[in-house]
Design a protein around this ligand. Structure first.
Ligand code: ATP
Ligand code: MG
Length: 399
């Protein structure tokens, strides 16, 4: 934004008048000078008449025409000219200058208006490039700023549209795949194309598994769109983060045991009171722990680490499995992204878990990122300890 401002300033130029406008200005100067000369002469004639025939002003005006030529040579005229000429010349020059500037300003305004029309015709990448002085310059700056924000809003709108289209494409694809299997296997059952009860059970089982896969996707999708709503309610309570992660470690112990993985909780404090929506945060940790167990190939340790800092809490969920390739790290939080599609295909998942987690952490005013090296694959969450200006609800009891 600032860069584009600088560029705009660099490109700023003076308004160049067209030859028609220059002729208009010249005509204005000539007409003004002629009118002023006539006016000057008339004033001088009246003045001399007033002084000579004074106090009869009516007579002086009446005789202006006749007196005009004679009075040019009058004594008064000549005696006063040393004083009157410069005064008249100065006043005339001011009037000519004033009219010229007025006309020039009108022309500048015309140029600005035609630029505005050009922008209004849909050329939102254009800015009014004129360098002017005074109020008009402020008007131009404001118009350019307005066009900047309108262009940004249009771009955002386009991005949202694009991302909605992508979402629909992804969802249709991800729903169609299991749906094709379900229809295929149920079709076999319907047409009695099975040879034994074993086959029947097998087909029914596959259809059931695929239907469950679809339900996960729809649930995830629902959750994803829900947490993306700016108006999604966040029910803040004051809770002990250490207690919460210890409970989660217990919840996942059995599943981890089956895979020969040990879950440990590490912390620099015994209790860590903070504000947050525990239901939503549990959703985040559930996904991180499920991911660590699902994708941490060859891991034998999962660690949940909580660090209390002056204003924030840093929670890390890490496993010592095969590292995530560097080029994938930045995309992990994109919806539907799954590392190494072929391998992930064997493990069910929709690729929405981390996108949902990122949104939930963002709703709390925090951020999440991933790091991966030969030793640890870590997901690190920074959350503010206190939610300023948020009403806290009574904590729910988890069991
Ligand atoms: P969902 O969570 O929606 O059921 P998912 O687990 O595939 O599906 P995410 O949680 O968003 O989706 O994870 C995205 C991808 O990131 C995963 O498919 C996996 O390839 C990779 N990933 C996530 N966590 C880890 C991890 N701890 N180790 C290795 N890869 C991981
Ligand atoms: Mg996941």
């Amino acid at each position: 934004m600032q860069d584009s401002r600088v560029k705009q300033n660099e490109k700023r130029k003076r308004i160049t008048l067209t030859s028609k406008e220059i002729s208009e200005l010249l005509a204005e100067v000539i007409i003004t000078i002629v009118l002023l000369l006539l006016l000057n002469v008339a004033i001088m004639v009246i003045l001399s008449a007033v002084i000579e025939n004074s106090p009869n002003l009516e007579g002086a005006v009446w005789g202006t025409k006749n007196v005009f030529m004679e009075q040019l040579n009058s004594d008064i005229f000549y005696s006063g000219r040393n004083f009157i000429f410069p005064v008249f010349a100065i006043i005339d020059a001011i009037i000519v200058y004033w009219r010229l500037i007025r006309r020039y300003r009108q022309m500048q305004m015309r140029h600005v208006i035609s630029e505005l029309h050009y922008i209004a015709n849909g050329n939102y990448d254009h800015r009014i490039p004129f360098e002017l002085k005074g109020d008009l310059s402020k008007v131009i700056l404001s118009i350019n700023a307005l066009v900047d924000s309108t262009a940004a809003a249009i771009e955002d709108e386009r991005e949202i549209e694009k991302s909605k289209d992508e979402l629909i494409t992804n969802v249709s694809h991800d729903i169609r795949t299991p749906l094709t299997s379900i229809i295929g296997y149920l079709g076999l059952i319907e047409d009695q194309q099975y040879h034994s009860e074993e086959d029947l059970k097998k087909y029914a089982h596959i259809a059931y598994t695929k239907a469950k896969q679809m339900k996960y996707l729809v649930d995830d999708l629902f959750e994803y769109t829900r947490v993306r709503q700016p108006s999604v309610p966040v029910n803040y309570t004051s809770f002990d983060m250490i207690q919460l992660i210890e409970q989660l470690a217990v919840d996942f112990e059995l599943e981890a045991d089956k895979k020969g993985i040990a879950i440990n909780v590490i912390s620099n404090t015994e209790h860590l009171m903070m504000d947050g929506d525990t239901d939503k945060l549990v959703r985040v940790f559930n996904n991180l722990l499920t991911n660590a167990l699902k994708y941490g190939k060859g891991a034998n340790q999962v660690v949940i680490e909580a660090l209390e800092q002056p204003n924030e809490v840093v929670i890390t969920v890490k496993n010592n499995g095969t590292p995530i390739p560097k080029e994938s790290l930045n995309q992990l939080f994109d919806r539907f992204y799954r590392v190494d599609e072929s391998r992930s295909q064997e493990i069910s998942g929709t690729g929405l878990g981390l996108a949902i987690s990122q949104n939930i952490v963002g709703l709390h005013g925090g951020y999440i990122y991933a790091q991966s090296n030969d030793k640890w694959t870590s997901f690190i969450i920074h959350l503010p300890k206190k939610q300023q200006g948020q009403k806290l609800k009574n904590p729910k009891t988890r069991n």
